[in-house]
Ligand binder design. Structure first.
Ligand code: SIN
Length: 505
């Protein structure tokens, strides 16, 4: 039912939807230009950024170079990265680390004052800048929140959920926000979506439950172009305990020498090139395949890092201890979990989407940096780099605002609970062609109903359709089983065909 909506004219100020690293850093880069941040919850709560353990990848070591970082990024991306984007990102990654330090982030340093650099899978050098050992995201968010709160040009509206993105005459014109009071239309010609990923659509995930693709749904329903929806990364080592969401056991633990074993103590990855430090999709598939054969899988850190575990990884050690596991004395049970979405709102190198006046950054954006598989700790780097580029573009864009009374139907709050089982079955580490096709009619029907499952179903539908249409000829007819986060051999979608407009949803 349509209702008359209060219109709040922002006088041309940009609205940033989302308050993780990407939203906060964009606002800070825009300062002193006035901006409004809409946050569904209190700052810092439910932001996946705060849960990041690894850190930021940047070539800062004396033995490292942008070319080496680029080569590792392209190799992990399975030939589907945009090499120009990757080249540009790795070159400014050290400056993005500097920018975060400028906003107050305190990264771990060696006795000589240089940044300590960790090693993670598929990196040929130590290049992960971290904080508090394994509490990088927590420290970054602490620093950003404190700086944002002290920045007079930034207005933070907490407890406001964006329910619709308005597009008029082909350009962004505002955001419909819903909080404890009557719905409000924030009228502005400049909107930045920074709402994070989609892991909350899955039962097994390392993401906060609120990260289930709301920003993507807003964009999709406004006709914004999306790309690579099927590129979902599964982390191989989430703590295998009954509680959800799952605790991540950082790849940095394998970087410090921990190995993967099964219940018989067998190191089943030994024969795989790179073994435990092969790229994330390779390790996740190997772990999933071993579990599917009826084995259990453990991360064995008893020898390395051994007794140093708790000092190097204090948060992980505490999480394990709370569940009765001492990682320096016993192997940690692990299984893969949905971790990161490489697809999302298709953006260019300025973070600009296909709709004028709409930018996206952070996990919700598809910058084509990662291709089909993201290199460890390149995500915070990507977000930090793109927030600057997006802010420059937002700041330089013509201010266009045309506030006028509107009458709109206000969508209800989304809830993915009833979809998690289906999504986990059809879009998990192993995807089966017929199951995907069978699920599509149900997803279409749910996506078209006006209920809490409607937006989550739309996201699942677009992902399933990307999988079954884009590669139908090559995959579904010839090899019915293929894996999440990486394309089946011989399948290469062209850039234009990777992009989808969600018409008809
Ligand atoms: C990890 O610490 O293993 C995760 C880092 C990342 O997601 O890149």
């Amino acid at each position: 039912m349509r209702q008359n909506i209060n219109v709040h004219d922002l006088g041309g100020r940009p609205v940033i939807v989302g308050a993780g690293l990407a939203g906060l850093m964009t606002a800070l880069h825009l300062a002193p230009e006035p901006v409004v941040i809409l946050s569904k919850v209190r700052l810092g709560e439910e932001a996946a950024s705060a849960w990041a353990q690894g850190g930021l990848a940047a070539c800062l070591g004396p033995d490292d170079s942008p070319d080496l970082h680029l080569a590792d990024t392209l190799a992990a991306g399975e030939g589907l990265c945009d090499p120009q984007v990757a080249d540009a990102v790795v070159r400014v990654a050290p400056a993005a680390v500097e920018a975060l330090m400028g906003f107050g982030a305190r990264f771990d340093k060696a006795a000589d004052g240089t940044l300590m650099l960790g090693l993670e899978a598929a990196h040929c050098r130590r290049r992960i800048v971290h904080a508090g050992g394994d509490a990088s995201g927590r420290e970054i968010m602490r620093a950003l929140i404190s700086t944002v709160r002290r920045t007079p040009s930034i207005t933070v509206l907490e407890g406001i959920e964006a329910r619709r993105l308005l597009v008029e005459d082909g350009a962004a014109s505002g955001v419909l926000g819903v909080g404890s009071c009557a719905p409000v239309l924030f009228s502005t010609g400049r909107v930045v979506i920074a709402t994070g990923g989609i892991g909350g659509l899955f039962h097994d995930t390392t993401n906060p439950p609120g990260s289930f693709g709301q920003g993507l749904a807003l964009a999709a329903r406004a006709g914004v172009e999306l790309a690579d929806m099927e590129f979902i990364q599964f982390h191989p080592t989430a703590l295998d305990r009954p509680d959800r969401p799952m605790r991540l056991i950082s790849e940095a633990v394998r970087g410090e020498g921990a190995i993967l074993i099964d219940e018989c103590g067998r190191r089943f990855l030994e024969a795989v090139p790179g073994a435990e430090l092969a790229s994330r999709d390779v390790v996740a598939r190997a772990v999933a395949a071993h579990l599917a054969k009826g084995h259990r899988v453990f991360l064995d850190a008893r020898e390395k890092p051994g007794t140093a575990f708790a000092s190097r990884f204090p948060a992980i050690a505490a999480a394990c201890n709370a569940r009765g596991i001492d990682p320096s004395r016993e192997p940690i049970p692990v299984r893969p979990a949905a971790h990161f979405h490489m697809g999302g709102i298709a953006v260019d190198a300025r973070g600009q989407s296909s709709v004028p006046g709409l930018w996206a950054c952070g996990e919700v954006a598809c910058t084509s940096l990662h291709g089909a598989n993201r290199l460890a700790s390149n995500s915070l780097t990507e977000a930090a780099v793109f927030t600057r580029w997006a802010a420059e573009s937002v700041g330089g864009a013509a201010v266009r605002s045309n506030p006028r009374p509107v009458s709109l139907s206000v969508p209800c709050a989304a809830d993915p609970t009833m979809l998690r089982c289906l999504v986990s079955r059809i879009l998990g580490t192993v995807r089966e062609g017929q199951a995907l096709l069978d699920a599509i009619p149900l997803l279409v029907s749910l996506a078209n109903r006006k209920g809490p499952a409607s937006d989550p179903a739309a996201i699942a539908l677009m992902t399933a359709v990307s999988l079954s249409c884009g590669k139908k000829a090559e995959v579904l007819t010839s090899a019915p089983t293929f894996h999440g986060g990486a394309r089946a051999p011989g399948t290469r979608a062209l850039p234009s065909s990777r992009r989808s407009r969600p018409d008809g949803i």
